[in-house]
Design a protein around this ligand. Structure first.
Ligand code: SF4
Length: 57
């Protein structure tokens, strides 16, 4: 999988989930904010929480 928006802060965040559609599109879904699908790429975020290293994609 080649994740979209590689510069996004979400890739390093514990709240991020990858959602892949049956057609192969991948979206970044935030589990911390009310808005689940934010305009990407995220550069700064007050809810950012570093993802533990062993959980990196
Ligand atoms: S908390 Fe912020 S950095 Fe983390 S997944 Fe949500 S939008 Fe991205």
């Amino acid at each position: 999988m080649s994740p979209p928006f590689p510069s996004s802060l979400c890739h390093r965040c514990a709240h991020n989930r990858y959602i892949t559609t049956p057609r192969g599109s991948t979206f970044l879904r935030c589990g911390a904010l009310a808005q689940k699908y934010l305009p990407q790429p995220i550069r700064r975020c007050p809810a950012f929480s570093p993802r533990p290293r062993q959980e990196s994609p």
